[in-house]
Design a protein around this ligand. Structure first.
Ligand code: HEC
Ligand code: HEC
Length: 170
């Protein structure tokens, strides 16, 4: 049942190459965290930064809806997928502590103080329910929905038909 809401992440698990590739992509997508790095960074510094990045996902302390035993790679992929699906950076859901101008953002991933994070939990459960209660029961083999099915790269999905682009004239 875990696969219901982070199936993208699970599919990658099989191959080391894919995992390595996704780590690299992950690092790019988490650029906001490391955006201020200097262009002249040494390979050692880079490796250290990547190690730190994955360590972030190693011992989650406050998972209430995702499986507590989720692997660091899967958790990273899940977060990357949420960000992409909504077209946001990590700080949309996670609290950002103040840092002096020009310094790296300091995100508190454990904290639940942002509405967006708490609401995202409801969204995770909602998505899981829609799949389990309805879509999986359709015999024709419907695909499961994920965050992107509704969000399509936006924080707020279109909720009004009037916001659709002009219909073609017959
Ligand atoms: C759409 C909202 C959303 C976005 C965007 C998002 N997260 Fe999360 N994140 C969550 C939620 C919700 C949880 C808690 C899940 C749970 O309770 O099982 C979480 C948990 C985490 C945790 C585990 C914290 C702990 O110790 O419990 C880490 C680390 C994390 N996110 C990192 C990131 C990173 C890095 C990014 C950007 C690539 C990101 N998140 C983007 C919603 C989001
Ligand atoms: C069935 C459609 C649907 C799916 C699937 C869906 N969402 Fe949403 N989401 C919505 C709607 C509708 C809103 C509210 C838009 C508004 O502000 O009126 C919303 C709002 C949100 C918000 C903003 C909450 C706030 O406090 O402003 C977050 C974060 C979010 N969704 C995360 C997710 C994540 C993560 C997933 C996948 C696990 C997901 N959503 C899946 C429809 C969906």
């Amino acid at each position: 049942m875990n696969g219901l809401f982070f199936n993208n992440a699970m599919m990658n698990k099989k191959s080391v190459v894919t995992v390595l590739a996704s780590l690299t992509i992950g690092t790019i997508l988490i650029a906001p965290l490391s955006a201020q790095q200097t262009p002249s960074q040494t390979p050692e510094a880079k490796a250290e930064q990547q190690r730190k990045m994955l360590a972030l996902f190693e011992h989650p302390k406050n998972l209430k809806v995702l499986p507590k035993k989720i692997s660091p790679e899967d958790l990273q992929n899940t977060m990357r997928t949420y960000s992409k699906s909504l077209g946001v950076r990590c700080g949309f859901c996670h609290v950002e502590n103040e840092t002096p101008a020009g310094q790296k953002p300091d995100l508190d991933f454990v904290s639940d103080s942002k509405d967006e994070k708490r609401n995202a939990r409801k969204m995770i459960l909602m998505t899981k329910d829609i799949n389990a209660k309805y879509l999986q029961k359709i015999e024709r083999g419907f695909e499961e929905i994920t965050c992107v099915s509704c969000h399509q790269g936006h924080k707020k999905p279109m909720v009004n038909v009037d916001s659709l682009p002009q219909q073609p004239k017959k």
